[in-house]
Design a protein around this ligand. Structure first.
Ligand code: ADP
Length: 506
């Protein structure tokens, strides 16, 4: 492969990941081009970019998902490469191909690797052939309920109906007994048709209480390596909320076995760049391939923290035809990293997405803290996009200390204007089971109390800060000047809140 140096990168994404990629571009000496919808006109990622191109109205189908418009933006801005981030078009083989056909560099794997992993049943066949352990079940989409019943009998109940084109946990149904099978097939299939335009479903053995452990891989023209695991068992409705590296359940020997399987998966599809193999890890130490994400993952920072690798910079190097900068030989994780996804989901309202103006935001800082945010004071949170506002990542010498640093950071974080899931994170990190690390992917199903927890604290906090802002507004109107440092005085102490309330009511 001829090195083809990158110069100017268009980021076909938004929010925190667009900013994350732009930072890596800066560090690599590359120029950046943002694309934005009308809803994102004033977003931080647009301001930070060297150039910015409007691509349409707020709805993703009218902006971030329009391949032709993105390619035209690349042409008009003189970009020579496109980074897709995660979500949106990141795992559309057609997009990778279109970028390639336009003579631009796609910062990701070849389109062929994306499509090989895009369909779950074909990925399962490929993985089985490559010697990667897969969950027992069907290797192709099911034709009818009789065939499904036969497969289910063979692998044994409970079974899981899954959409072949699946993603985001859609089109999945657990079936405990034969009489429930036909109905589950029908609902999963219609859900899959709605979500993916493809109703094909297949069956997997339902693994009881596994952990979700995934392996980061990196591949250049010369070698394919793994960079350890991430534990992502803290999920709600199959959406990850908290991730850690390393995993408390993985020792050096298991890491090498899972790592070797992930590398074999990458090699089997001719992978390039950064990718992730997701596995279910059963309590007996057996692990099964779930899927491969052919892109940078939301939770990549925890790997970066414990391995000292900048995965996005490595993506850029590899896309430019250079070798990865990761040293040869076995990599050893250093310390412990945890990520909490801060979402605009309202604990007082069943954790449904909330929208509104972020009247004020104060990010945590200090030793061991990394804040990856797509929003700031003054940002408008809409319901058009993913509800994740920011990621709070911490790194400390061991798991216990990482949890303590995370609690410290969460206690400093203030977001006023939209409800967030911060109270959930605080309750989770204080929970004895979480502290002991005895978690699995059904943990939050059993512990709904944590999800509902502490919304009292959130409400109190919101009231206190609203009072403070009101007080500031009044002072401001009295003096007719802007008190520059005023929001800095907003803290979570109750004494302070009481004063603020009094001021506000005066
Ligand atoms: P999607 O692509 O929709 O995210 P995945 O195959 O990655 O689907 O599965 C999503 C989640 O569903 C996993 O993280 C895990 O929590 C659960 N899951 C998937 N397959 C199984 C299985 N065979 N047994 C138990 N849980 C499973």
């Amino acid at each position: 492969m001829n090195p083809r140096p990158l110069r100017r990168v268009l980021i076909a994404n938004r929010g925190e990941i667009a900013l994350r990629i732009m930072r890596a571009c800066r560090d690599e000496g590359l120029e950046t081009v943002a694309v934005y919808s009308d809803a994102d006109r004033y977003a931080p990622f647009v301001r930070v970019a060297d150039r910015a191109v409007r691509i349409g109205p707020a709805a993703p189908v009218e902006s971030y998902l329009r391949i032709a418009v993105l390619l035209e933006a690349a042409r008009a801005s003189g970009a020579d490469a496109v980074h897709p981030g995660y979500g949106f078009l990141a795992e559309r083989a057609a997009f990778a191909q279109a970028v390639d056909d336009a003579g631009l560099i796609f910062i990701g794997p070849p389109a062929s690797a994306i499509s090989a992993m895009g369909d779950k049943t074909s990925a399962r066949r490929l993985m089985a052939a490559a010697g990667v352990p897969i969950v027992p079940g069907s290797l192709a989409a099911l034709n009818d309920p009789d065939e499904a019943a036969a497969v289910a009998r063979e692998i044994g109940y409970p079974v899981l109906v899954k959409a072949a084109a699946g993603g985001g946990g859609k089109g999945m149904r657990v079936v405990a007994a034969p009489r429930e099978l036909a109905a589950a097939l029908a609902t999963a299939s219609s859900e899959a048709t709605k979500a993916f335009g493809d109703g094909s479903v297949y069956l997997e053995k339902y693994i009881e209480r596994p952990r979700h452990v995934e392996i980061q891989i990196l591949a250049d023209h010369e070698r394919t390596i793994h960079i350890g695991e991430r534990e992502c068992s803290i999920q709600r409705r199959h959406q990850k909320l908290v991730e850690e590296a390393p995993s408390i359940a993985v020792d050096e020997a298991l890491r090498e076995r899972m790592g070797a399987a992930a590398v074999a998966a990458g090699v089997a599809v001719g992978y390039r760049g950064a990718g992730t193999c997701e596995f279910l890890l059963a309590s007996n130490g057996d692990f099964f391939f779930l899927e491969m994400n052919t892109r940078i993952q939301v939770e990549h920072p925890v790997t970066e923290e414990v391995y000292g690798v900048d995965l996005v910079r490595e993506q850029l190097r590899i896309a430019g035809g250079r070798a990865m900068s990761v040293p040869y030989g076995r990599l050893v994780p250093r310390g412990w990293a945890i990520e909490c996804r801060i979402t605009s989901e309202d604990p007082a309202n069943g954790l449904l997405p909330s929208a509104g103006l972020i009247r004020w935001m104060r990010a945590p800082a200090g030793p061991g803290v990394r804040w990856e945010s797509g929003v700031e004071t003054g940002s408008e949170v809409t319901l058009f996009y993913d509800s994740m506002l920011a990621k709070l990542v911490v790194h400390a010498p061991d798991r216990r200390q990482a949890i303590d640093v995370m609690q410290r950071a969460l206690s400093e974080l203030t977001i006023v204007g939209v409800a967030t899931n911060v109270p959930f994170h605080r309750a989770l990190l204080a929970d004895p089971e979480f502290l002991a690390g005895t978690i699995d992917i059904q943990f939050l199903d059993r512990r709904a109390d944590l999800l509902a927890a502490a919304d009292d604290a959130a409400t109190t906090m919101r009231l206190a800060v609203a009072a403070a802002l009101l007080a500031d507004d009044r002072r401001l109107s009295r003096r007719g000047t802007v008190p520059a440092a005023a929001p800095e005085r907003v803290a979570s102490s109750s004494a302070w809140a009481a004063t603020a309330r009094r001021d506000a009511l005066r």
